[in-house]
Ligand binder design. Structure first.
Ligand code: HEC
Ligand code: HEC
Length: 287
């Protein structure tokens, strides 16, 4: 017969194992929140701003969006959300009431992120101190001011679906593809869009000359003249780590925030995976 002592020990081991699985999810989730670039959009400018408490204005050609508070406050944040609510927001672009999100929340890319990664991010967000902070209402052009307009846009321009690894590619390539296309959503800025604002996947990473405020993003496909075809894998990794181009210049505008809040926080292995993937996409001529 088993001694009661042994049972107690087994139960204690079980509790410890459970607690550390929880901790692992939280710390993995923190890493994934960096990889996903969530902090940039969901934190207001200024030193006093609490991370991920929202309220940051995001200017677009359709008006100004204000990012919501994603700390676990039950009324102004996402404290009452279930796992299913969280998954559906990313996978389908709908809120817990079933209304459509605008693609200013880049679920167009996040739809490929795995259940395990999303739930780890949720565990991390729910481990933060809740902040009471209501984001202002979006200020949008009349024709898109209701969420039905976002639904109409999605019908044409949004394809939900998880990332499926490619069997005849390396582990590094698959990891890089997942980070670039989905979690790191590089194409949201670096891939051109058609006149309806849908990402043109057949021109992946060719650069976008039509960003809000007349900005543009460079071609980061491996085209030798128009893109970054002359960069070595190590040049790309170094750039994503410290934001310096092979010619010694520092990157500017929004990319420096991407480096600071996202790619510099990743492991070297993940940055190399991103570089491996970038080197493999079809070379695109510039716009
Ligand atoms: C490019 C900016 C941007 C990035 C990057 C971004 N978000 Fe958001 N997010 C938004 C905006 C804007 C909304 C609101 C969209 C709307 O109202 O239709 C939103 C909505 C949300 C919501 C729904 C909140 C609610 O109250 O309905 C959650 C949850 C969320 N984001 C989490 C995240 C996480 C986690 C990440 C990183 C993996 C992330 N977001 C990255 C801009 C962004
Ligand atoms: C919010 C928009 C945005 C996102 C997201 C973004 N980038 Fe950028 N990226 C830019 C802009 C803008 C520049 C040009 C910066 C400048 O003017 O110096 C740039 C520059 C670069 C460059 C330098 C190219 C050159 O020729 O100068 C590389 C490489 C790059 N990005 C890779 C990435 C990767 C990889 C990701 C995803 C992990 C990513 N970017 C996500 C906006 C973005």
């Amino acid at each position: 017969m088993r001694s009661p002592g042994l049972l107690v020990v087994t139960a204690a081991v079980f509790v410890v194992a459970f607690a550390s699985a929880e901790e692992t999810a939280v710390s993995r989730g923190e890493y994934l929140v960096f990889a996903g670039g969530c902090i940039d959009c969901h934190t207001e400018a200024g030193k006093q701003a609490v991370q991920l408490a929202g309220g940051r204005p995001l200017e677009t050609s359709f008006g100004t969006f204000y990012s919501p508070n994603i700390t676990p406050d039950p009324t102004t944040g996402i404290g009452q959300w279930t796992d299913e609510n969280f998954l559906r927001a990313f996978w389908e672009g709908v809120n817990p009431d079933g209304d459509h999100y605008y693609p200013s929340f880049p679920y167009t890319s996040y739809t490929g992120v795995s259940r395990k990664d999303l739930l780890a991010m949720k565990a991390y967000l729910f481990s933060l101190d809740p902040v009471v902070k209501q984001a202002p209402e979006h200020e949008l052009a009349l024709f898109i001011s209701t969420r039905l307009a976002a639904g109409a846009w999605k019908l044409r321009s949004f394809e939900p679906g998880r990332f499926v690894p490619s069997e005849n590619r390396s582990t590094a390539w698959n990891r890089g593809a997942y980070l670039v296309r989905h979690l790191g959503h590089c194409g949201e800025c670096h891939t051109p869009r058609d006149s309806f604002g849908a990402i043109e996947n057949d021109r992946e990473l060719a650069g976008n000359s039509d960003m809000p405020d007349g900005d543009s993003t460079p071609n980061i496909s491996p085209h030798r003249l128009d893109g970054i075809g002359k960069w070595a894998v190590d040049d790309i990794e170094y750039f994503l780590d410290i934001g310096m181009l092979p010619d010694g210049d520092s990157t500017g505008s929004v990319m420096s925030a991407v480096v600071d809040n996202s790619t510099s926080k990743l492991t070297k292995e993940d940055r190399l995976a991103i570089a491996t993937y970038l080197k493999s996409v079809p070379a695109q001529r510039g716009e």
